[in-house]
Design a protein. Sequence first.
Length: 275
Amino acid sequence: MFRSGLRLFCLAALLAVAPAARAAAPDPWPGLVQDIFNSREIKDGTGIIALQMPARAEDAAIVPVTLRALLPPTDPRHVKAITLVIDQNPAPMAARFVLGADAAVSEISTRVRVNNYTDVHAVAELSDGNLYMVKTYVKASGGCSAPTAKNADESKTRIGQLRFRQFSGASDAKAGNGPVSRTRDAQVMIGHPNNSGLQMDQVTQLYIPAFFIDTIKITQDDALVLSMEGGISISEDPNIRFTYASNGARQIRVEAKDTEGHIFQGEWKAETPGM
């Protein structure tokens, strides 16, 4: 009777301690600030940048994320870069987006892998050199090790396939103190397995080496619209939708490079703003 009661007491004690132990798990963010941002001061980004992700992901391998620049047209500053950090992922820095100085990029959407329940931070660097941060919490697990949706043969045939879409509709935008221009919505899609290095070949039971798109650059004529430095957290078949200000360019150019040095390029006629 005593031993049975003791076992129950010990079990109850363990169950009581377990939530506290989970709550006391170390927060990786301070270390990430040191590693990614060289311990620079990061201020509250409310009203400057917004980060939108689902609280609970339907598929941890393709979690939608949207970043928005919120500076009003009267603000003389502009957003130079946005870094997306998924704290608990094996490679936490998911992507760094550099925004063209005159492109007035106001929104960027893509899809990412989320490996564990985690905070996700978006850090904006403004033209005055200051950093501003917002965060959200996402419940998902296993996204970095989830098998690819397509088989190996299909993956090989689609590697480097570039598609570009322009969406109808336009609105007025202003980049810093520059003139008002017409904004456009567009989307770049790249066929690529974007292997994370944590996925297992279901036939050989061996890990598939990491192989992913690491840079994307989008220009209108020779002017930068947006560039991305990405890692293993970007989902299979990288997909970026963005809103930008047209400069009247005739051509939209996209260049992407993967970790094996392959370069993929495409060029499309730019729609006339206001069409």
